[in-house]
Design a protein around this ligand. Structure first.
Ligand code: AMP
Ligand code: MG
Length: 403
């Protein structure tokens, strides 16, 4: 059995080449960029009017002129024609390009309109107002504005669209199969499982975790029967980039998975980690496929996915390392075993200060899948401390996203 930090180090070192692909902008959300994004024009690209009203040559106002006849109206999208007579004004709309010959914009709220023009207030009109100047947000088009390795979020979609990326290069997502093992497991569609049977929930739970990041995993099931397991896994190893097994890696007489994987020449990286939940975790690889053997208990398989599978996939997608989240414990917690602990917690504001803190969720052990409904995520407590006082900060992994 190895320690959790060592297990994580080993997982981080497993690098595969999944390549890159191009996706249309409409499918880019959540993907990891594999090209640097640059602007093709300054932002804004022209002197953009930010208020509805009129624009004038300020020198006329400074010279004492207070009534400005309307020369014409210019809307957003109109070609900005110059103001020919500096004693006139142009009625102008938000989003329009500032016409040559004018220098300031005055809002309708500050004007009195007549049939043919506008009266300006005696005082208070200033030059160079209500204009979003060309290049004031972004002047340098050579500069990388979104680096490769960044996950595409809502703001990135906005910028990709702004700069004409109707398609963008991203890391190719891995082909993943999730495989439950166990003779006690029946399909979700089974209306009346026998009393000693349970529906196989892990596959769907884990698949949905991957789905949060756009990975559509195949779902399979295998009985605890080495021959059948060998045949099926041999095929899966050829086709998939990642295999995630649930169950069959503990010390039971029917936990055949480690033996079958050894038979198929899958190199074992480690089996057993000093952690709770998830002690029986098995991890190995071939030259082209990474293999996770997660313990079958639903809380264990989720915690191991969050800690290891997530780290592995994020790294192989070249996701830039983001600041990991940390949260303070909301109440004292005692944990005596000499193990790392992934503590199920729910988040709530501290009753005094209002800071959001992590409160331990009581459950009946790692088989208590219903406890996950009360859980927001896992707080990772280090080995060897035993008493964890309220207020201590620890890394936090939210349940509802892979990374
Ligand atoms: P195992 O790791 O195979 O010894 O399984 C540990 C426990 O997890 C057993 O009680 C299994 O029935 C349960 N289990 C295994 N796989 C699944 C699954 N896909 N869905 C729900 N429970 C499971
Ligand atoms: Mg089993």
């Amino acid at each position: 059995m190895i320690a959790q930090p060592e297990a994580l180090r080993i997982v981080r070192r497993q690098i595969f080449d999944w390549g890159t692909t191009s996706v249309p902008l409409s499918r880019a959300l959540g993907r990891i960029l594999s090209e640097d994004i640059r602007a093709d024009r300054p932002q804004p690209p022209f002197d953009r009017v930010t208020m509805d009203g009129i624009c004038i040559d300020y020198r006329s106002y400074a010279n004492g002129q207070r009534y400005f006849p309307r020369a014409r109206l210019q809307a957003a999208g109109d070609v900005p024609e110059p103001l020919a007579d500096p004693t006139n004004c142009i009625e102008i709309m938000t989003g329009a390009a500032l016409p040559p010959g004018v220098s300031t914009v005055i809002r309708y709220e500050d004007l009195e309109a007549t049939e043919a023009g506008f009266h300006l207030p005696e005082q208070g009109v200033l030059d160079k107002k209500n204009i979003h100047w060309a290049g004031s947000d972004l002047a340098d088009c050579e500069q990388v504005i979104i680096p490769a390795g960044r996950r595409v979020g809502v703001a990135e979609i906005g910028m990709l669209a702004t700069f004409g990326y109707d398609a963008v290069k991203v890391s190719r997502l891995p082909r993943v199969a999730i495989i439950s093992t166990g003779n006690e497991l029946v399909a979700v569609s089974e209306k009346q499982p026998l009393p000693h049977q349970i529906r196989r929930s892990n596959v769907h739970q884990l698949a949905s975790l991957l789905q949060q990041n756009g990975i559509e995993a195949e779902r399979h099931h295998l009985p605890d029967e080495p021959q059948q397991m060998t045949v099926a896994i041999r095929e899966l190893l050829k086709k998939q980039d990642v295999l995630i097994f649930s169950g069959g890696v503990s010390k039971g007489k029917l936990d055949h998975l480690p033996g079958v994987l050894a038979e198929l020449d899958v190199e074992k990286l480690f089996h057993g980690v000093a952690q709770r939940p998830g002690k029986p975790l098995w991890v190995g690889r071939t030259d082209r496929c990474m293999v996770f053997g997660l313990p079958g208990n639903p809380v264990s398989s989720l915690a191991c996915s969050k800690i290891y599978v997530s780290t592995f996939i994020a790294r192989n997608l070249s996701l830039e390392s983001s600041e990991s989240q940390s949260l303070a414990l909301g109440e004292d917690h005692t944990f005596r075993p000499d193990l790392h602990l992934a503590l199920s917690v729910r988040l709530a504001p501290d009753p005094d200060g209002g800071e959001v803190k992590a409160y331990p969720v009581s459950h009946q052990g790692s088989g208590d899948a219903t406890s996950m409904l009360r859980t927001d995520g896992f707080l990772l407590l280090p080995r060897g401390q035993k008493l964890f006082p309220a207020g201590g900060r620890f890394p936090y992994l939210p349940l509802n996203q892979l990374f």
